[in-house]
Design a protein around this ligand. Structure first.
Ligand code: GLU
Length: 554
């Protein structure tokens, strides 16, 4: 029985002409150095921080080189399937503005000429490649049961030998064509294995763009390439897909580093050019002085939903991811504040081979700086978008008082040194509530009075201020001079300096008086510029709040 007859017996109704696919998916016509890479998740429904980071790097590397970034769904392990799992991944990428050039765009639709981009629709392609190997005598069927494989493992353990289906343990390798035929005809189930020509004593070298030069023993394991359900294993699908989709750079998690000798061998078996590899280390977290992987189970910030809930702007998260990806980015960005991520050139060599350390405080700091540089309109848009999902009350208020809210968000903004109050959109309400009557009125207020805290004196200061000094048309200077007059009228120094020189001549100073006006208006001792606040609140609100305070403390 020839190899061809054997292949026909094992995979009837399947061709073995791999050139038809090579022709159908020709070399891409891209400029020299263009990176073609992919994000290849299983359809588990969501992307966590580690894979968001990888896809961010992949998108960036492709974009910087005028290459292609595509989304391939790896669903050959049907046990791991989740309902609407593809859509979940697409949404997560979209929400972080990580666009794809090709690949799945919904559960069933895709764009691009190198598809299908979901592995379950590529069965014919994989089987053609498997059949081609069978015909060339480089693969064979294996009928071993799970128990037999387990027995081999136990023997190997006992003998302190490497675990795996290789050498003399690869017993189905020795089956004659006649034995195979009778097993197939008897209906025995089988898988297909690679007939490895490797020798474990040899060394192979592979260069990784992040980890550098790596050396491994050559693969000699007859790995499974096709499972009994007719679908390929990860390794074989990697070979076929990345070859036919003309991937130039395989950027993936470093749990795959140990499979490199096998992948090298698979590409060599077919005589295909090996893609470049970049194995991304997992994001780390420091805890009690030691490092561990950022964990989906233990760390809320490992879920991408965390950033949406908090309302951390996507661009701020991306800036942070870039600091994790390239150690030189932060310095570059400090020196080029007017530039964007697109202007920075990503470099594999600047990636940490041991894994970036996740630092939520740093991320929040980046976000704070980022928000401080946004226009008031952009802050408004970001906040209302966030509130739409996470805070209905605030959403309705913002919708109803658009222009007013924008002027509130514009306090100490759009200037050289903008105020840095907001770390994320979810913090904005708790920092600005007193500017909105609806929130102010329902608040159970506690006033943070300090030096001046005698209610009668406060009431007198407030009523004197509104009756004698307040004038809504005052410029900032005029307003401030009147505050000084008010201070003097109540026995407080007009200047802090005067008070310091003669502390016994005054009850306090101008700062104490303005603090009273600030707190009675907002309840808070720390707010942005009081003049700005008063300008926005306007006469009616100021009088109403001061009068309410006076009435309430009679
Ligand atoms: N489906 C594989 C995973 O989720 C992809 C690895 C790769 O990018 O090749 O780990």
């Amino acid at each position: 029985m020839t190899n061809k007859e054997l292949a026909d017996l094992l995979l009837p109704n399947v061709g073995s002409d791999i050139t038809q696919y090579e022709n159908k998916y020709p070399k891409r016509n891209l400029k020299e150095g263009a990176i073609v890479t992919r994000f290849a998740p299983s359809p588990t429904g969501f992307v966590h921080m580690g894979s968001l980071f990888a896809s961010f790097v992949e998108r960036k590397a492709a974009k910087d080189s005028d290459g292609v970034f595509y989304l391939r769904i790896e669903d050959t392990d049907q046990k791991r399937e989740v309902e609407n799992g593809v859509q979940g991944i697409i949404n997560d990428l979209k929400n972080f503005d990580i666009s794809i050039d090709e690949g799945m765009i919904s559960e069933t639709e895709e764009i691009g000429a190198y598809g299908p981009y979901i592995q379950s629709k590529r069965k014919d392609i994989y089987q053609t490649f498997v059949k081609y190997l069978l015909e060339s005598g480089k693969a064979y069927p294996c009928f071993c049961s799970a128990e037999e494989i387990e027995d081999i493992r136990l023997i190997q353990e006992k003998r302190k030998q490497r675990i795996g289906y290789y050498g003399r343990y690869a017993k189905c390798r020795k089956l004659t064509p006649e034995e195979i035929k009778s097993k197939v005809e008897a209906g025995e189930s089988y898988i297909i294995r690679l007939k490895s020509m490797g020798n474990f004593e040899n060394k192979v070298r592979i260069h990784d763009l992040i980890k550098g030069d790596l050396e491994f023993p050559e693969n000699d394991i007859d790995v499974v390439i096709m499972k009994s359900d007719g679908l390929p294993t990860y390794h074989f699908a990697h070979l076929v897909d990345d070859y036919l989709m003309r991937t130039t750079h395989v950027i993936r998690g470093d749990e795959w580093v140990s499979s490199l000798p096998l992948h090298l061998q698979l590409f060599q078996t077919f005589g295909f050019k090996l893609p470049k590899y970049a194995h991304v280390s997992p994001i780390m977290k420091e805890e009690n002085g030691s490092r561990r992987k950022l964990s989906k189970r233990k760390d809320p910030e490992a879920a991408v939903s965390y950033y949406h809930e908090k309302g951390i702007p996507v661009d701020a998260v991306k800036l942070y991811l870039m600091t994790l990806a390239n150690s030189n980015f932060e310095q570059w960005y400090d020196a080029n504040k007017d530039k964007t991520l697109d202007d920075f050139k990503f470099d594999f060599k600047k990636m940490s081979s041991s894994g970036g350390l996740f630092d939520i405080e740093k991320l929040m700091n980046i976000s704070k700086n980022y928000i401080s540089r946004l226009s008031a309109v952009k802050v408004y848009e970001g906040t209302i978008n966030w509130a739409k999902t996470y805070d209905k009350e605030f959403y309705l208020l913002l919708e109803q008082h658009r222009d007013y809210a924008i002027s509130v968000f514009n306090i100490e903004r759009e200037q050289k040194k903008p105020r840095k109050d907001f770390g994320c959109y979810s913090e904005i309400k708790s920092q600005t509530w007193y500017m909105f009557d609806e929130l102010y009125d329902k608040e159970n207020k506690t006033y943070e009075f300090q030096t001046i805290n005698d209610k009668e004196e406060i009431a007198e200061i407030l009523s004197t201020y509104i009756n004698k000094y307040y004038d809504e048309v005052d410029t900032k200077d005029e307003w401030f001079n009147k505050m000084k007059d008010l201070a003097a009228e109540f026995g407080y120094a007009r200047e802090v300096r005067e008070y310091k020189e003669n502390p016994n001549s005054y009850k306090g100073h101008i700062g104490d008086i303005s603090l009273v006006l600030r707190i009675a208006l907002t309840t808070k001792s720390m707010t942005p510029d009081l003049y700005d606040i008063m300008q926005i609140l306007g006469k009616e609100r100021i009088f109403k709040r001061y009068n309410q305070f006076i009435e309430g403390n009679k």
